[in-house]
Design a protein around this ligand. Sequence first.
Ligand SMILES: Cc1ncc(COP(=O)(O)O)c(C=O)c1O
Length: 390
Amino acid sequence: MSHKYETRLSHMGRAGTHVHGFVNPGVHRGSTVLFPDCETRRDGAAKRMDQYMTYGTQGGPTHYAFEDAIAEVEGGKRAMIVGTGLAAVVVPLLAYLKAGDHCLMPDSVYGPARNIANTMMAGWGIETTFYDPCVDEAGMAALIRPNTRVVYTESPGSHTFEMQDIPAIARAAHARGAKVLMDNTWGIRIFQPFQHGVDVSIQALTKYVGGHSDILLGSVTVNTDEDWQIIRGAGSLLGQFASPDDVWLALRGLRTMSVRMKHQEKSGIEMAEWFAQQPQVKQVLHPALPSHPGHAIWKRDFTGATSLFGVVFQPRYTQEDVFRFINALALFGIGASWGGYESLALPTTGFITRTAGTGDFGGPMARIHIGLEDVSDLKADLAQGLAKMG
Ligand SMILES: Cc1ncc(COP(=O)(O)O)c(C=O)c1O
């Protein structure tokens, strides 16, 4: 029988672990794994890719329960858990690219992904071209070179929330033999990457899966055995591992993710609409608003929204005015990350690097994350902050 997502969320990641009747898997810590005899150990090496414990770095029962659950949420076959969202970005890039290869990355990519492309990858002879995230199929086809092995995507883009036409990009990439990697953190669950042509889905589980701003974790999910061998192999080579304590916390976070995300989706849209009505605001960058340039793509490909969006202020304001607004807020923390239970506000103008485009939205910008607080309290706080902009 196939159950609805909310039902499955309560049951996934529980089978196959030695729970002895307890509802949840335990925290299994360990480096050494013992074998009854040398033959079993020798033969076990061949099963290392397949949730068979040979050594702590391969993961244990807590990891395997969570891997299964994340693969199910992402709609893929196998998931590998790594220590941070950034590690989940880096491992597949290094897994699929080698000296002499070419990589394509959207200009709106998460900043540290740009940084590794421009530093270590460039140093190893891997060239990266940053492209307009709103490229269409023909435009993507024109960008792909004979040595392009990876087309990296992220939709919506970090800080500026451009929507990418992932199915069109994937068609162009696959026709020319390139793999499509996607940072699907904003779209967890509400975008099913493998139904839209993605080969490798990257998650910063630190965000909505953790949900409580107390862990760092990432995942890399694939949908074929061939990609699993490549990804799991690279993870092992690079010594990737995540603490079973954090994995256990993330599995705990996963159980309530749907109710938290539904609440935050509703509050996020309400707050985005509220921002759009304020005289200080020029534009709100939230894909679920019909005014967003990528709204049609969001409506076609996504089944919901998360609570992270951008605000562009009127050009008469300076970055210092935005600082005054954010400094005046009592309920919004000033800090990076998102997906937790608490609201955040971050000035973004100085954080945005663009090389394919200008990144100029015509005014200073901020990124807003809406948590689980009451929206009338948030509106009152924001209103008094906006009044201080001058
Ligand atoms: C879109 C996106 N991808 C990846 C990451 C990296 O996640 P982590 O903080 O777990 O390294 C972040 C973190 O902010 C992010 O916003």
